[in-house]
Write a protein that binds this ligand. Structure first.
Ligand SMILES: Nc1ncnc2c1ncn2[C@@H]1O[C@H](COP(=O)(O)OP(=O)(O)OP(=O)(O)O)[C@@H](O)[C@H]1O
Ligand SMILES: [Mg+2]
Length: 396
């Protein structure tokens, strides 16, 4: 995107005199957007098909760097139906790196490494990013995968970092049960500390979400697929297995993790693109609709929202949330249609807001105090010229 941008500054970073031309072809038919949890399921499913009878109802827990996404599918009809609205949270693998950063902030007693950053912002930030997101990243993965025989990880602290804080500060890190070696400026963190201070809160939040998903289930599921880079690591996997066993009151032995858990999404997306019909139906994750002002109907509308239209002869109802799709409803590939008239005769352009809400039974887009009850996720802006001055009621 950067290379084709019109932004003048971009050429500073690219070896061309002017921005590259935008691609000529704009062909939405060639772009498909896949839903990650769905395609992760397709990939995980595919792998298990190779090794035995495929499960009919299964849960996919995708734990990546940023998010945890949980879905439940039913495949008993031959095609996949999505059973639960997608659930999740933002406790992915990156929070581990952030937790280490916080532990080190505590060790040097400098919240947000503020003084270090102030000393030379650009370099300091680059140094910290390298430490937490490159050097620690490797150690983290090793810890994640090798539980047996693992005792500690060792990080070499960058020179600029040591110069700023001095070794005395780091010696104090032993209070936090980390071990600083002044010989090579390295910091060792033992298994217990890693587990307790760095992994635990993230893993607890992930487990909380998995439990919530189990609580939503109305029927038995036969398999849990664990995908995503963080979900695939042994440590997380083991904790999730334990938690599910505890929650379900028995050992749930059907937790399957594909060989390349971090590639599940991308390989599933390819499989889906080759056969889009593999997903037969979905369940809406929220209620979706538009805002409009229909004619007032005393049998369904609340007087609070009643108003007289601008011509002064029709009672209308404002802030009506016209629902197209209800949360939990099974969706097929459908087109929703409705007819509206411009809210005012002078308008030659109308804006139709598109809203969604996770709540049930929302009838109006604002409550009686005027507070918005739904979330605006987009809008349609339509040109509606009226050269012949057709009356408003006929401008549908
Ligand atoms: N062996 C491992 N141990 C611990 N963490 C790991 C391991 N392997 C990968 N990770 C973590 O998994 C994350 C990457 O997973 P993945 O590639 O699924 O993420 P993503 O799809 O880019 O993120 P998201 O789905 O949240 O947008 C990183 O945070 C990485 O540190
Ligand atoms: Mg992902």
């Amino acid at each position: 995107a950067g290379l084709t941008s019109d932004a003048p500054g971009i050429t500073r970073f690219t070896p061309v005199d002017s921005p590259l031309p935008r691609p000529e072809e704009v062909n939405p038919e060639m772009l498909s957007l896949a839903l990650e949890p769905e395609v992760a399921a397709i990939a995980a499913q595919h792998q298990s098909e190779v090794s035995g009878t495929p499960p009919e109802r299964y849960m996919v827990v995708d734990i990546g760097g940023g998010t945890v996404d949980i879905t439940v599918h039913d495949k008993s009809t031959g095609r996949i139906s999505v059973l639960l609205p997608p659930m999740g949270n933002t406790w992915g693998g990156t929070t581990i790196n952030e937790a280490l950063s916080m532990l080190l902030e505590e060790a040097v007693d400098d919240g947000g490494f503020q003084s270090f950053i102030e000393s030379d912002p650009i370099r300091a930030i680059a140094t910290l990013n390298k430490l937490f997101f490159e050097e620690f990243e490797e150690r983290k993965k090793r810890f994640g995968n090798e539980i047996e025989g693992f005792s500690k990880i060792t990080l070499s602290l960058p020179r600029t970092f040591m110069k700023h804080y001095g070794s005395d500060k780091l010696h104090e890190a032993s209070k936090l049960h980390m071990c600083y070696d002044p010989g090579d400026d390295s910091l060792s963190i033992g298994y217990n500390l890693l587990e307790e201070k760095i992994f635990k809160s993230t893993v607890d939040k992930i487990i909380e979400c998995v439990r919530a998903a189990f609580d939503e289930l109305t029927d038995h599921i036969d398999t849990v697929y664990l995908v995503g880079g963080f979900g695939g690591c042994r440590f997380v996997r083991q904790k999730i297995e334990e938690a599910i066993a505890q929650h379900c009151g028995k050992l749930y032995d059907n937790i399957v993790c594909p060989i390349y858990p971090d590639l599940a999404v991308v390989s599933g997306a390819v499989m889906w693109r080759k056969d889009p019909n593999i997903i037969q139906s979905r369940v809406a994750d929220a209620t979706y609709g538009i805002g409009c002002q229909p004619e007032f109907d005393p049998s369904i509308h609340d007087e609070h929202y009643q108003y007289l239209d601008e011509e002064g002869y029709k009672q209308r109802c404002k802030n009506v949330f016209k629902v197209f799709v209800l949360k939990g409803e099974v969706l097929k590939d459908e087109v929703y249609k409705t007819t509206l008239i411009p809210p005012s005769q002078s308008l030659t352009q109308v804006t139709i807001p598109i809203y969604c809400t996770g709540d049930d039974g929302v009838q109006y887009t604002r409550d009686k105090k005027g507070k918005q009850t739904v979330r605006k996720i987009g809008e349609l802006i339509l040109d509606v010229p009226n050269p012949d001055n057709i009356p408003r009621d006929e401008r549908d």
